[in-house]
Design a protein around this ligand. Structure first.
Ligand code: MSP
Length: 695
């Protein structure tokens, strides 16, 4: 009886639909795609899941701003994600949407299960809340400043369902202790352990301040907290909560996931909350949570609100999917932040793909075409076989082993480096053995020697293509066809060895796999991105996926709360992300109310860290008529030196107040976004003089 293949289930985060896909999202997705492709080549029963996260106040507001229903907006943007994944050749097996009936049913089943097991209670929370940071300041008394930014907190009160996260402190610590690989890499693991050790508070898992979500079973005035909703996707996608026996079987087969791949900013949700929910529900835990770093562009995290995103489509159009994929794996050290630039992309493309792999393929194949009428020649095992061939054979065999080790340890960049060392060795071998010169000699030994050289080169090319296939699927498949071989994805990786290329194999049609890119490729891509940005800017305010208005989060002052940033903060206190809007927030303000806020443009003259306050920077800002000293809670997002000379917007008529003993004479305007309430400074595309007022 044949053995059941091993199953492998990998997931990406499900992406929010209030931002269109960019290469940050692409990064996570192609990493999972390559892992899934490799697993399939190992013969494993692989399930690759991705999808979109469609509920929550953020989405509700984005839709309202665009004059759409939330469902219309989510349908539109979710469709864009799928279209992009299809263009990129992403081999996802299942695309989950959190608005789908299967998911809603599963989330409600999870809620009920947690309730039945005694982990949910209804409670009321009264406490201090910082609207700017979307953070609960816990036990502080009214009027105290936010521990993060120093702004005065507000008192909020809400009745919610709570999850007994506090009861999970010990079980979670035990889990991390007993499963050292549960969180990868180790730096993230250490952060999580330290966070849990500091003690966990119960977590609010329902909201009554908006309706775009999954109703709490039996209490529809509440919608389920978006993160509980979203995290459950991993299980609902494989059938959790379905009464159908086929779904139940699928769930039993695939769950738990082998790998949840995520970006580092959502580690806490995946490594603390998700296992806590599962432990409480007595369900199996995922085997591993793997966090990668951020893709940076111009030194800061690529994100829509910073206006520094790069679309994958631009690169696809100019250089093709494999160029982008190769760059992301080769250039970014997995687990760390890495920078993207068009220059680096084109440089990598030319050196490693066009001049590297592409050149090896075309050289080798065209010589077989020319000298052996397009048939893979017979390599000599004796007279024409020299130490040079023995070296390439040995190196190829070692590379197969080393590449596997590095790939499986998520060290993709090093894995490719090892593979490209083999490629360089083959290139050098060709240069040194000079097959074109050997071809000029007519004797039998020379013919045999030529056959050996070309067989060796072609066999190395085949092995390189097979190993690189999960990362650059399209070009390697084409190389395989040119080698006269079948479907590369069907290669059994377990059995990959030197010498499997059959003598006599007829080559396919030879074509360049990677045409070289010149300087104009960079210019074209830059221009495409600029055109897109200006199109988006001129449509600003009407785009379906507009971010929270820039000024809104920033001008939330103690007295005037124009609460807009609906999204969440670093989970802390009794509650976490998706904090409630201030209950006192008025629906509208008049133009006169707005005119009370004096927003002015200034230039940062100096910037430095505030001692013992890791979030604060002390800035001096020239606002035309005077220089102001401003203390701002933006140190986590901006290195001081990157701010000097930068144009900013400040609230110039805010009453001065002291933060860490330093007087702040105004406030910097920034958008707050993402689950950790990251700031992004307001800026202009045009030159604006200092002192200009925003009206
Ligand atoms: N909806 C949540 C996730 C819920 S999972 C149960 C969310 N969505 S998101 O749209 O903000 O996507 C975040 C993820 O996209 C990151 O964790 C990361 O995987 C990817 N990235 C988005 N921007 C990125 C970079 N600039 N760099 C690297 N990855 C990025 O959070």
């Amino acid at each position: 009886m044949s053995q059941q293949p091993e199953k492998f289930f990998i997931t990406t985060p499900i992406y929010y639909v209030n931002a269109r896909p960019h290469i940050g999202h692409t990064y996570t997705t192609v990493v999972c795609d390559a892992i899934a492709r490799r697993q399939r080549m190992l013969g494993h029963d692989t399930l690759f899941l991705t999808g979109t996260d469609e509920h929550g106040q953020k989405i509700e507001r984005s839709a309202a701003a665009a004059g759409k229903t939330p469902q219309q907006l989510t349908d539109e943007v979710s469709g864009e994600f799928r279209a992009l994944w299809d263009r990129l050749g992403i081999t996802y097996d299942k695309f989950i949407r959190t608005t789908s009936p299967e998911h809603k049913r599963g989330v409600q089943a999870m809620f009920t299960l947690l309730q039945e097991r005694g982990f949910i209670y209804k409670g009321s929370y009264t406490g201090q809340y910082c609207v700017f940071d979307e953070l609960y300041a816990d036990d502080n008394s009214p009027g105290t400043p936010c521990p993060v930014c120093g702004r005065i907190t507000e008192t909020v009160q809400e009745e919610n369902y709570f999850f007994k996260l506090s009861a999970m402190t010990e079980p979670l610590l035990k889990l991390y202790e007993e499963n050292p690989d549960f969180i990868y890499p180790e730096t993230r693991r250490n952060e999580v352990v330290a966070f849990v050790k500091s003690g966990l508070r119960d977590l609010s898992i329902s909201r009554t301040t908006f309706t775009w979500g999954i109703p709490v079973p039996g209490d529809p005035a509440h919608v389920i907290y978006v993160w509980l909703d979203a995290l459950c996707n991993y299980a609902t996608a494989v059938g959790f909560g379905s009464p159908d026996p086929v779904d139940q079987q699928r769930y039993a087969h695939y769950w738990p996931a082998n790998v949840h791949m995520i970006g580092k900013e959502i580690v806490r949700f995946h490594c603390v909350y998700w296992p806590a929910f599962l432990l409480a529900a007595a369900l199996p835990l995922p085997k591993q949570i793997v966090a990668h770093g951020w893709l940076l562009f111009e030194e800061s995290k690529m994100s829509k609100s910073r206006g520094n995103i790069v679309r994958s489509e631009t690169i696809l159009e100019v250089l093709g999917a494999d160029a982008l994929r190769y760059f992301l794996f080769r250039e970014i050290v997995f687990g760390q932040d890495g920078s993207f630039s068009f220059d680096a992309l084109v440089q990598r493309f030319n050196s490693d793909l066009a001049n590297g792999l592409g050149n090896l393929a075309s050289r080798t194949l065209s010589m077989i075409q020319r000298y052996f009428a397009g048939e893979v020649p017979y390599p000599s095992a004796t007279i024409a076989h020299t130490a040079a061939e023995a070296y390439i054979t040995k190196l190829a065999e070692e590379t197969i082993v080393e590449y596997k080790r590095l790939f499986e340890a998520f060290q993709f960049s090093r894995a490719l480096e090892a593979l490209w060392s083999l490629l360089s060795a083959v290139d050098k071998y060709i240069v040194e053995t000079q097959p074109w010169a050997v071809a000029e000699k007519e004797d039998r030994d020379s013919r045999s020697r030529l056959a050996t050289i070309l067989y060796t080169s072609a066999e190395a090319l085949r092995i390189i293509a097979v190993l690189a296939h999960p990362i650059i699927p399209d070009s390697t498949a084409r190389i395989f066809t040119q080698l006269g071989l079948g479907d590369i994805a069907k290669t059994n990786l377990n059995a990959l060895r030197w010498g499997q290329l059959n003598v006599g194999t007829r080559l396919g049609k030879i074509e360049a796999v990677f045409p070289r890119a010149d300087k104009s490729a960079i210019e074209r891509m830059q221009k495409m991105e600029e055109d897109r940005k200006s199109a988006a800017d001129s449509a600003n305010g009407t785009t379906a996926v507009a971010e929270a208005p820039v000024s809104a989060a920033a001008i939330a002052t103690p007295s005037a709360t124009v609460s807009a940033a609906p999204n969440s903060a670093a989970p802390s206190g009794p509650n976490a992300a998706d904090g409630p809007a201030s209950p006192a927030a008025p629906a509208y303000i008049t133009i006169d109310d707005f005119a009370k806020v004096e927003l002015r443009v200034g230039t940062v003259l100096t910037a430095e860290k505030v001692q013992k306050a890791d979030k604060l920077l002390r800035l001096t800002v020239d606002i035309g008529t005077e220089v102001r000293q401003i203390v701002a809670g933006i140190a986590k997002a901006y290195a001081p030196e990157t701010l000097v000379g930068r144009k900013v917007v400040i609230v110039a008529n805010l009453a001065p107040r002291k933060l860490r003993g330093i007087e702040s004479q105004g406030m910097i305007v920034a958008a707050s976004f993402g689950e950790e309430g990251q700031p992004a400074l307001a800026s202009f595309l045009e030159e604006v003089p200092n002192g200009a007022r925003l009206k």
